[in-house]
Design a protein around this ligand. Structure first.
Ligand SMILES: N[C@@H](CCC(=O)N[C@@H](CS)C(=O)NCC(=O)O)C(=O)O
Length: 206
């Protein structure tokens, strides 16, 4: 059985969990406590030298990095497909995934970290800057979403890369203005997917 080394609050783990759910794959979750630094223990570093979750084990294959794991799942379990067929469209999905990881999930991580500080230590100027940065990303995506249901056309790994943090924007105090109608409709479409509903239920019971 597939094993996923997981920390539930990690958006990168959530991205892989969503892909496993979309492909209806059963798997065992192994909790790695990042608070206790378990990801830096020698046994874990043998799985992933970077000392980060997620790590996926399938048979004897050990795979780390959420994007590489999701590509592996797509190659190994191609149905339902989460990548387009044409190479130019596949490249577009990969560019969006990369953008999601580096410019959206990473940026929202800074905001999450700031908001988790004790109230008197929260730097409100920074909070505002991070919120503005996230809205700028949504403004940018708005143009790509024109006339499309999902960010790269058909539903794909690119949507799954954005989904974990898109879903928590309201909890982070990021209010999406009504003029970003494509982005709002996209988020709502994502919310309706069974994989996302299931993840939200699992996270709510933590
Ligand atoms: N590029 C990696 C990033 C993974 C990552 O940053 N994981 C975080 C949790 S969200 C982690 O394990 N941090 C622990 C650490 O850096 O010590 C991926 O996509 O899997």
């Amino acid at each position: 059985m597939i094993k996923l080394y997981d920390f539930p609050r990690s958006p990168y783990c959530q991205k892989v969990r969503l892909t496993l759910a979309e492909k209806d794959l059963s798997y065992e979750k192994i909790f790695v406590d990042l608070i206790k630094n378990e990801q830096k223990a020698p046994d874990f570093l043998r799985l992933n030298p970077y000392g980060k979750v997620p790590v996926l084990i399938d048979e004897d294959e050990v795979i780390y990095d959420s994007t590489i794991i999701n590509e592996y799942l797509e190659d190994e379990y191609p149905h339902p497909p989460l990548m387009p067929e044409q190479s130019s469209e596949r490249a577009r999905v990969r560019m969006f995934e990369d953008f999601a990881d580096n410019s959206f999930t990473a940026q929202s991580g800074l905001l999450v970290a700031e908001l988790r500080k004790p109230a008197e230590q929260v730097d409100q100027e920074r909070v505002q800057r991070y919120r503005t940065d996230l809205l700028r990303v949504l403004e940018f995506l708005e143009r790509y979403l024109e006339g499309k249901e999902y960010i790269a056309g058909a539903f794909s790994l690119a949507d799954l890369a954005f989904a974990p943090r898109l879903l928590i924007l309201p909890n982070l105090g990021v209010e999406i203005p009504a003029r970003l109608k494509n982005a709002l409709a996209w988020i709502e479409r994502l919310r309706q997917r069974p994989s996302i509903k299931q993840l939200q239920q699992e996270l709510a019971s933590l």
